[in-house]
Design a protein. Structure first.
Length: 395
């Protein structure tokens, strides 16, 4: 039985732990959103978000899940009948593809095995083959949350440039923002999509599109019907128009605190912490996989994400039991296998507000689960994580 005391270890790949500082920042009365205090807070958030996204462009805030920002990116950059190139990565690229097609945009997909990153060479050759420039945008998922694979966005940006093709590069960074670096301007990314409940450590319900000048200029010419999602009216400084309705004040209070916490720690330090936590998880998982049928879903070690680790279990065995028992018996919540991986994988989220003992605690709960259920595995995964943390700690 789950202990009623202590905290649940929230290792789902979104939502992630919300730090007390953010919870407390949100715990206040509603305010006048046209008053100087709120306007000042909103202005500061909009301008600080440019540092978070590393862009000179514009960042737009939506009171919506990541799906809303997906749609916003599409309707502001593409017209019905346009073609988009979408390298497959996993369940999230599939769902985004369905949305793209539902909006009347044709999709040319580059197939993928859900275990490896996007091959930039395939993007380059698809664009080289498109002599008439029918492809208007390349839509890519940076970290595919269903598979635990991160693709090389800088290389994809270079592939588009090498092909000499004018397609926009639009990146879903919902699971990667603030877990790995994504300097959008430097890497030639035109639009970045993100959401609040992952690396930003906030509650679900807020999402973002960051767009460079090329993308905001283009948005004036596209003829996709849109209103709520439209960037044009949101460029108006008047608060009610900027948010297309009442500002999500409490999420803005949370966002202010989130950005403060990220800047206090330092963005590079946040990335380094994620890399270290992820590596500790991988050290443990490698030991579990060293004996028995479990394996990393991501085949190539360098492509394993710093946000989430996806572990394959034997077909039609264990995965959902492992997840349910870890939650009900050891207070560790994880993600399950999605779509093609349903019932055949479990996913450990390691993004956001986490430190060494939280990671070790979660791994301990998972290893105890494997033992309790008699899942064949190599013993000593937690110890490998302890060794790694000790070896890489600074005093
Ligand atoms: C979580 C996630 C989404 C969906 O975000 P919602 O807020 O659930 O709509 C999309 N893409 C990726 C890569 C994600 O991790």
């Amino acid at each position: 039985m789950t202990s009623m005391r202590g905290r649940n270890f929230l290792q789902t790949p979104g939502p992630t732990n919300i730090p007390d500082r953010i919870l407390n920042a949100m715990h206040q009365p509603a305010v006048d959103f046209s008053g100087p205090e709120f306007i000042g807070l909103a202005n500061a958030c909009f301008s600080d978000l440019k540092k978070v996204f590393k862009t000179e462009g514009e960042v737009f805030i939506y009171t919506a899940s990541g799906h809303g920002a997906w749609e916003a990116a599409l309707v502001n950059t593409l017209s019905p009948g346009d073609t988009a190139l979408m390298p497959e990565t996993g369940r999230f690229s599939l769902v985004w593809r369905e949305m793209t097609e539902a909006l009347g945009i044709k999709v040319e997909e580059i197939p993928n095995d859900w275990r490896t990153a996007i091959d930039p060479a395939t993007v380059e050759s698809a664009l080289l083959a498109d002599k008439g420039h029918k492809i208007k945008a390349v839509l890519v998922v940076h970290t595919e949350t269903a598979t635990g694979v991160t693709s090389d966005i800088a290389a994809i940006g270079k592939a588009i440039a090498a092909a000499g093709h004018p397609a926009l590069l639009v990146v879903d960074a919902i699971a990667s923002l603030m877990t790995v670096d994504l300097p959008m301007d430097e890497w030639g990314v035109d639009v970045v999509i993100a959401a609040s409940q992952k690396g930003l450590m906030m509650p679900p319900g807020m999402s973002f599109t960051a767009a460079n000048k090329r993308a905001t200029d283009l948005s004036r010419d596209v003829v996709m019907p849109r209103e709520y999602w439209s960037w044009a009216s949101r460029l108006d400084m008047e608060s009610y128009r900027r948010f297309c309705g009442t500002a999500p004040e409490h999420l803005m209070f949370g966002l202010r605190e989130s950005i403060d916490m990220i800047f206090e720690e330092g963005m590079n330090e946040v990335f380094a912490r994620h890399a270290r936590n992820a590596q500790a998880v991988r050290e443990a998982v490698a030991v579990w996989c060293s004996d028995g049928p479990m394996e990393f879903n991501a085949i190539i070690p360098e492509q394993r994400s710093n946000s989430i680790t996806c572990i394959r279990t034997p077909e039609d065995t264990f995965a959902d039991d492992i997840r349910a028992t870890a939650r009900s018996t050891f207070n560790v919540s994880m993600g399950g296998g999605l779509a093609a991986l349903a019932g055949r994988a479990f996913r450990i989220g390691h993004m956001g507000d986490l430190n060494d003992p939280m990671v070790m605690g979660a791994l301990g709960g998972i290893e105890a689960t494997l033992q309790l259920l008699g899942v064949p595995h190599g013993k000593g995964g937690v110890m490998a994580a302890v060794d790694y943390f000790a070896k890489t700690a600074t005093r």
